[in-house]
Design a protein around this ligand. Structure first.
Ligand code: C2E
Ligand code: CA
Ligand code: CA
Length: 744
């Protein structure tokens, strides 16, 4: 309501009775009355002496009510500018004129934004000190501006959608107090969700939440029809049939509801104006709606884009499970809750066994199907308070809240069982298996990162112990993991400082054990404080830490240098065997790098034997095959190491250019005790013979093994019986000793 007690311009003139301006000229009066603008004349005491009908239309006051009053007495209201009067007075006195856009109020208290132009005018008001004021209604423009600015500012400052929509409703209700506004969202399933309806009872909003849109869904019908609806009496309107009991106590009588559409024109919500009387919307309402619909559409669409980005940023696209970032932050919160309540929890790290094989042999679509199914099976094992996430590839993590060790182990067993149920993909039956590592909160770690690390370590332990099993984290595991990390750092340093060395083990002719077939180069690492670190320890670390290729390049160079040096010194070393890692074959330039090493030391391809493992032989990657092909074309010989321990797929043997098989020492050492080992060795020897391959028996330690191998035609022998891996001068001494032996 206008505040009539506002301070008015100082009464510098006598408080005489207001003088009615005599606008005798009737046509002029009619012209003024026809104007859309409100026109006011005041006398020298600033009292109103004339208002036209435009004023009455705009503010609702009849001329008789205005005469003799101060404008400020009737038009100022709760949100009017408090310094307005001072500015007017100052400017009119100084410049004889003033223009401002300001907020005034009508007789019924409705806000009216006006453009106000005041001119000092003695003429019109019939005496000195008077003025003429012209007021133009700019409410709609202003309303547009204010609403838009507020809502857009809200968006910029990331105000939640519901708050933004509440702001729109309140703004609408402020401008049109007869309206009760309500904004509902419609989800992809066509269900209604109240976003804001500050003037409706909360119970009503709750009752509406989740209701489907349809041909009789009250204000939601506008979304169903994708067209506005007007119900002048919701007490009888059939659209409200199902909602009547909900609305009866509200006193709302009429409704005008409009669909909020996205940029493709599809309904994503409804914007309804409710009225307390039976009526239809009027011009102001239409204009208001016009402004609001765009803002609502913008805000709702923007919110769903946000949600989509959130989904993409925090959820795994394949399985829909939370990703690492999301899991970490929810787990952090859950752990804080457990801490407060003094409850234990368990972090389970689940990793599928041989997942890579499914991916490689059956294709990624099959791998994806397997992962999705495992995600579903794991999720089904969870209780409401547990969390699950997919970290990467075939790694899943679960946080079980309020769960002690025993219960965690039980749950893990149940999960392993659930995962292991047969699964059909591409008409093939799979029996997926997994390994699980468990770290307990708070005993094994009180933060999510430590728990993840420890559960991961336990999972690796489970994998190496016995696949398809579970393992609880132990401090011992942590110690080993830390040792590994420091081993990795030290190895990196040793490689950089070139402090590794090579030892060479003689490979002798079975027919003349004093004669070298060649030597095998074996890496040695003497650490300043740890002493000798065996290759069985540091080679796997180098593989996993990505250091193996640097190591291979170094040993290639060093072995070639040594062979060239022996030859220069007149020692007869026929060739050197070099152990290669499968990983190096994934580098397109690998074959070239090997060739370069030989060239640097003036050697030929026939001077080295390249030992590869069966995993290289099975690797179908084009880059691996290309490297093997290049090496073959350049005349290099490949030797298959540890034969008999891996896949031993004989079909590969003749497909690849393999010229040598190294019979694993496990066979050799069982020769004298196991008929099976003997039978297998006999067949390996005969296959190799028929394929024209040389067989090197590894790990020959006893004369009995030597005799058996000699008797069965194994051409080359290697083992402690003939010589341990020796430093270069040891090989020189070995050669001399053999020469002396022969002379004797
Ligand atoms: P490997 O290639 O099978 O090498 C043979 C291993 O058997 C060597 O162990 C050697 O010392 C050992 N050995 C030789 N004769 C006998 C014997 O009569 N009895 C017994 N019990 N053992 C014997 P080492 O040097 O400890 O190497 C272990 C493994 O580490 C190697 O197995 C190889 O896989 C890897 N390795 C060693 N050096 C290198 C290298 O320079 N590069 C790569 N990639 N791997 C290497
Ligand atoms: Ca070897
Ligand atoms: Ca071997």
């Amino acid at each position: 309501m206008p505040v009539s007690a506002l301070p008015t311009p100082g009464p510098s003139f006598p408080d005489a009775a207001p003088q009615l301006s005599t606008l005798a000229d009737a046509p002029l009066r009619r012209a003024l009355d026809a104007s859309d603008n409100a026109i006011v004349m005041t006398d020298s005491a600033r009292r109103v002496v004339y208002v036209n009908q435009g004023f009455t239309r705009l503010f609702g006051f009849e001329a008789e009510e205005m005469l003799g009053k101060f404008l400020s007495q009737v038009l100022l209201g709760p949100h009017s500018d408090p310094s307005l009067l001072a500015s007017i007075r100052e400017n009119v006195m100084e410049h004889g004129q003033f223009h401002i856009e300001t907020l005034l109020y009508s007789k019924t208290g409705q806000p009216r934004w006006v453009s106000m132009v005041i001119n000092a005018s003695d003429e019109a008001s019939g005496g000195p000190g008077g003025s003429v004021t012209v007021l133009t209604d700019i409410t709609l423009t202003k309303m547009h501006e204010v609403l838009q600015t507020r809502v857009l500012e809200g968006m910029v400052s990331e105000l939640p959608l519901r708050e933004l929509m509440a702001l729109v409703c309140r703004e609408v209700e402020r401008i049109a107090p007869e309206v009760t506004a309500s904004i509902l969202a419609v989800d992809a399933q066509g269900r209604l969700h109240p976003l804001a309806a500050p003037g409706l009872p909360p119970a009503l909003c709750e009752a509406l939440d989740g209701l489907p849109i349809g041909p009789r869904a009250g204000c939601g019908t506008a979304a169903f029809r994708n067209a506005p609806i007007v119900a002048t009496d919701i007490a009888t309107d059939p659209l409200w049939d199902d909602y009547r009991p909900l609305f009866a106590p509200t006193g709302l009588r009429a409704c005008w509801s409009n669909p909020i559409r996205n940029h493709q024109g599809q309904p994503i919500g409804t914007f309804a104006f409710y009225f307390r009387e039976h009526r239809e919307p009027e011009a102001l309402h239409l204009r208001l709606l016009d402004v609001c619909l765009h803002l609502c559409a913008l805000a709702i669409e923007r919110d769903s884009t946000h949600q989509r980005i959130h989904q993409l940023a925090f959820f795994d696209v394949l399985t829909g499970l939370p990703n690492r970032a999301m899991f970490r932050s929810s787990a952090e919160r859950a752990l804080a809750g457990l801490q407060r309540g003094g409850h234990p929890g368990a972090l389970l790290f689940v990793n599928l066994d041989r997942f890579k094989q499914v991916n490689d042999t059956q294709g990624h679509a099959a791998g994806d199907a397997l992962l999705c199914e495992v995600a579903t099976r794991l999720t089904q094992c969870l209780r409401a308070r547990d969390l699950i996430g997919r970290l990467s590839g075939d790694e899943f993590v679960l946080l079980l809240s309020e769960c002690a060790t025993e219960q965690a182990v039980q749950m893990a067993h149940r999960m392993l069982e659930a995962i292991a149920q047969p699964l059909h993909i591409n008409e093939q039956v799979h029996l997926p298996h997994a390994s699980v590592g468990i770290a307990m909160f708070p005993d094994d770690g009180d933060g999510i990162d430590t728990l993840l690390l420890h559960a991961d370590q336990a999972m690796h332990q489970a994998k190496s112990d016995h696949r398809h099993s579970l393992q609880l984290f132990s401090a011992e595991m942590n110690r080993r993991a830390q040792e590994r990390a420091s081993l990795e750092r030290a190895l990196q340093q040793a490689l950089a400082e070139r402090s590794l060395t090579l030892h060479y083990q003689p490979q002798v002719l079975s027919s003349a054990p004093g004669t070298l077939h060649g030597v095998e180069a074996l890496a040695r690492w003497h650490h300043p404080t740890w002493g000798m670190v065996p290759p069985s320890q540091f080679i796997p670390v180098a593989e996993e830490a990505g250091l193996i290729h640097a190591l291979t390049l170094w040993l290639l160079d060093e072995a070639c240098r040594q062979l060239a040096a022996w030859r220069t010194a007149g020692h007869d070393v026929p060739c050197v065997a070099i152990n290669l890692s499968g990983r190096s074959f994934h580098r397109p330039e690998f074959a070239q790098e090997i060739g370069d090493a030989l060239t640097r030391h003036g050697l030929r391809a026939s001077d080295v034997l390249l030992e590869i493992t069966e995993s290289v032989m099975m690797d179908a990657r084009p880059v691996t095959l290309a490297n093997i092909d290049t090496l073959h074309q350049q005349g290099f010989k490949l030797s298959l190491d540890d034969f008999g321990t891996g896949y031993s797929s004989l079909s590969y043997l003749h497909r690849l250019p393999i010229s040598e098989l190294k019979l694993d020492m496990a066979f050799v050492q069982d020769l004298t005790t196991s008929p099976t080992a003997r039978a297998l060795t006999v067949s390996v020897l005969s296959i190799a013979h028929s394929l024209g391959m040389v067989v090197v028996a590894e790990g020959v330690e006893t004369a009995g093994q030597q005799q058996w191998l000699q008797a069965h035609g194994c051409p080359v022998l290697q083992g402690y019986l003939f010589g341990k891996p020796l430093p270069p001068d040891g090989i020189e001494a070995w050669l001399c000793a053999q020469a002396v032996g022969r002379k004797r």
